[in-house]
Design a protein around this ligand. Structure first.
Ligand code: SAH
Length: 353
């Protein structure tokens, strides 16, 4: 049993079973024993790797897309440049370097980061030395003003509730105890008005997931963009509509059991993009495969330019990185991009209304 598993078992004995969202939230963000709060999980020796860690081209193109949005919106002279879940700060570092060439952009940017992990805040501080970021636990404290936001593999880390369809309602999945070990169970059937529309496209035993935290965040971001301007690029794995149990546990690049190593394995869920788009009271783009988005932003031309200076192993790994980010058999189709922008405004470059 991991130390967090022991604590969760005590909580369950005292207060009863946990929802999947409570379980996920504590596994990832428990102040002393959470997965993210105690480590930097990224990279080849960590548990998983991400697009910005694969190639600098990812952050560069995202930065330029945000900067073009800023130009399209009349280049406001002060704005909030926000990243949610910046990991090692690699994406933002690449974005800031690439946008140096956009006159006025960096001078107008106020850099803010939403990050709940101390080890990762430390890595971000080193990587973004000279840019003076302000850190936040959540969106509530991010200052007013036009908002230009990037969130890569952030929404998949937000806790989801899971419900199983019964004949006429829904039974919520709970984590309880069986012979002192954590064990998955079901609550009694209840009616859930918010899931009324899912009674049409599901059958008994189907699992539906939803993220109250993710939807509230999308609502807050969308309200800001609609009323004060800006845009958001949300990049993640998932689909327009969530169906089925997508919560996965990963440790050392290998899948592991959901309840096997609380606090020591990464937990994530596929993002239900429709729920985010519906929650955000602003315009949204079509959900676009990452490969298509990056090709439209010119990744191939950028890859060729960078290749000029490389040879041997470095060149091979650069070519492999380009393929990994864009190819349908790699991250190109599994990962998707949703843009949020003001109604009546121009969609962020790389995306369509
Ligand atoms: N965007 C980065 C890292 C992705 S990992 C990249 O692409 O490499 C998820 C990131 O979100 C980490 O930085 C993690 O610490 C942060 N995070 C996850 N859940 C969070 C939460 N509830 N509050 C604040 N930060 C969170």
């Amino acid at each position: 049993m991991t130390p967090l598993a022991k604590q969760l078992a005590e909580q369950i004995m005292a207060n009863g079973p946990l929802s999947m969202a409570d379980y996920m939230g504590q596994c990832l963000m428990h102040p002393e024993l959470g997965y993210y709060t105690t480590r930097d999980p990224l990279g080849t020796v960590g548990d998983f790797t991400t697009a910005p860690e694969i190639s600098q081209m990812f952050g560069e193109l995202i930065g330029l897309s945000l900067a073009q949005c800023w130009l399209d919106q009349g280049a406001p002279d002060r704005f909030v440049l926000l990243e949610a879940g910046p990991g090692r700060g690699t994406l933002m570092g690449d974005a800031l370097r690439a946008t140096k060439s956009v006159p006025g952009f960096l001078a107008a940017a106020e850099l803010h980061l939403i990050e709940g992990s101390d080890p990762l805040r430390g890595a971000q501080k080193d990587r973004l030395d000279g840019f003076d970021p302000t850190w936040h636990i959540g969106f509530e404290t991010v200052p007013e003003g036009p908002l230009y936001l990037i969130a890569n593999e952030f929404f998949d880390a937000l806790p989801v509730r899971q419900v199983e369809r019964s004949d006429g309602g829904w039974c919520e999945r709970r984590i309880g105890l069986k012979e002192d070990a954590l064990s998955l169970g079901l609550n009694q059937e209840t009616q859930m008005p918010a899931l009324e529309h899912r009674l049409q496209d599901t059958k008994p035993q189907d699992v539906v997931e939803f993220s109250p935290v993710g939807q509230m965040l999308a609502e807050a971001i969308g309200t800001r963009i609609q009323t004060q301007g800006g845009c958001a690029l949300i990049v993640d794995y998932g689909d327009w509509h969530s169906l089925g149990d997508t919560v996965q546990a990963v440790q050392g690049h290998e899948p592991t059991g959901l309840l096997d190593a609380p606090g020591e394995a990464d937990l994530s869920a596929h993002v239900d993009f429709e729920a985010l788009a519906v929650a955000a009271p602003c315009a949204h783009t079509r959900l676009t495969p990452q490969g298509v988005f990056l090709e439209r932003l010119g990744i191939t031309a950028r890859a060729e330019a960078l290749a000029q200076k490389l040879q041997g192993e470095a060149l091979e790994s650069h070519i492999a990185a380009h393929r990994r980010l864009t190819h349908p058999a790699e991250m190109g189709t599994l990962f998707k991009v949703l843009g949020l922008y003001p109604q009546g405004g121009t969609a962020p470059p790389g995306l369509e209304p």
